[in-house]
Design a protein around this ligand. Structure first.
Ligand SMILES: Cc1ncc(COP(=O)(O)O)c(C=O)c1O
Length: 381
């Protein structure tokens, strides 16, 4: 028996629209410095897989009825990141998500199921989706102050937990805040919980950006399972360069077993947020880790760090008050003129903007942005 997909016909005018879209995307990619998305990985090798209805429905570690999936590749991706995040060998589980909003929702869901009366503590600098997730899950929560460079204020966290000792703490740590790439220290948070002799707690590490490269930084940031996290979320379309939004959720297996239940329709257990799941994104992530390997990922982050250092220096040389957190790819500076933000797709919040030096970013782009900022500032004087 043979199966073939049908070649669809497209009106000429519509083909032209697709061509025009490609041209626009090529242009817009050159003038994009504000978001943590990497463009340097070519996934054309995977194009033939667009002709299959791949769906990773169900648990990636179980066999279900539907076989057009990439579970085998998904498991390899998960194993790679579980190792990088020093997950306990016999007590971890994970799946490839649609991004870190979902990975964070998953971590908070597991936390709520294990500590139903818990209170979530998260910092002012957390991603905007955290509040939405807490609203979905109807969880009690308290916002903690951030330090000026974006890291959580540990004293405020300690005091807030101390005065509510009757409720189990669920701490949501940012390992790379959205605007300043500040990293909350998971080890310090764990030691606060230990100092206060808290018996039951949960710690989620939102490593949307940095989880892809923390393992390759020296000194190693405190962010993973060995440092005290119970679950971790990493984005796949950020540093890892997947061309579609995706991510990796990792958690302690015993917490996942609490929420798993068998579903006859799919012939497997339901352990994920969505039912149908993208089967192409695990393949893209697998393609990235297999083609780059740990050495390639390490090289990419070293190159990106050098570009971030260059950006900070060259901006400062022309009087732009730029700064960055230690070992960060994100360079923060006062928001330039709106025309510059629009041209370069710069995210701005409370008077600051940033450039995120993803591995594809070139000196030519940084120099052009620097000059645009200076020229626009001169015009506005
Ligand atoms: C710290 C942090 N957490 C979560 C997210 C949400 O990730 P996603 O866009 O993959 O859903 C982001 C996105 O920028 C982020 O910076």
């Amino acid at each position: 028996m043979e199966w073939k997909s049908t070649n669809t016909k497209l009106p000429v005018a519509d083909q032209k629209r697709l061509d025009a879209l490609r041209e626009r995307l090529d242009q817009d990619a050159v003038f994009e410095l504000g978001y943590p998305v990497a463009f340097d990985i070519n996934h054309a090798r995977l194009a033939p897989f667009l002709n299959y209805n791949i769906n990773n429905i169900g648990d990636p570690f179980q066999r279900g009825h539907y076989r057009l999936n990439t579970h085998e590749f998904e498991r390899e991706v998960l194993e790679f990141f579980a190792q990088a995040a020093r997950a306990p060998a016999d007590d971890w589980w994970g799946y490839v998500t649609n991004g870190s909003t979902e990975g964070n929702l998953y971590g908070l869901y597991l936390a709520r199921e294990s500590l139903p009366n818990g209170i979530v503590y998260f910092s002012q600098d957390s991603h905007y989706s955290v509040r939405k997730n807490l609203h979905f899950l109807n969880m009690r929560h308290i916002m903690i102050r951030s330090q000026p460079h974006g890291e959580i204020d540990y004293e405020d966290l300690r005091e807030s937990i101390k005065i509510r000792r009757d409720a189990q703490p669920i701490v949501f740590a940012n390992v790379g805040t959205t605007m300043k790439e500040a990293r909350d220290n998971v080890g310090i948070i764990r030691s606060i919980l230990d100092e206060l002799a808290i018996e039951q707690s949960y710690l989620h590490s939102d490593a949307a950006l940095c989880g892809a490269y923390c393992a390759y930084l020296e000194p190693r940031p405190s962010w993973d399972f060995a440092d005290g996290a119970d679950s971790i979320s990493i984005s796949g379309h950020k540093f890892l360069g997947a061309p579609v939004p995706c991510g990796i959720a990792l958690a302690r297996r015993r917490n996942v077993e609490r929420i798993a239940h068998a579903v006859a329709y799919i012939g497997t257990v339901d352990t994920t947020v969505t039912g149908s799941r993208n089967g192409l994104s695990p393949l893209m992530l697998w393609h990235t880790i297999r083609s780059l390997g740990k050495a390639g990922l390490r090289e990419r982050v070293e190159h990106a760090l050098q570009m971030a250092a260059y950006t900070e220096t060259t901006f400062r040389q022309v009087g732009i008050d730029a700064w960055r957190n230690p070992q960060a790819l994100t360079v923060v500076f006062p928001s330039p003129a709106q025309s510059v933000c629009t041209k370069w797709q710069l995210a701005s919040n409370e008077g600051i903007s940033h450039v995120i030096c993803m591995p594809h970013v070139t000196r030519a782009q940084i120099d052009k942005l620097r000059d645009d900022i200076v020229v626009a500032a001169g015009k506005n004087k």
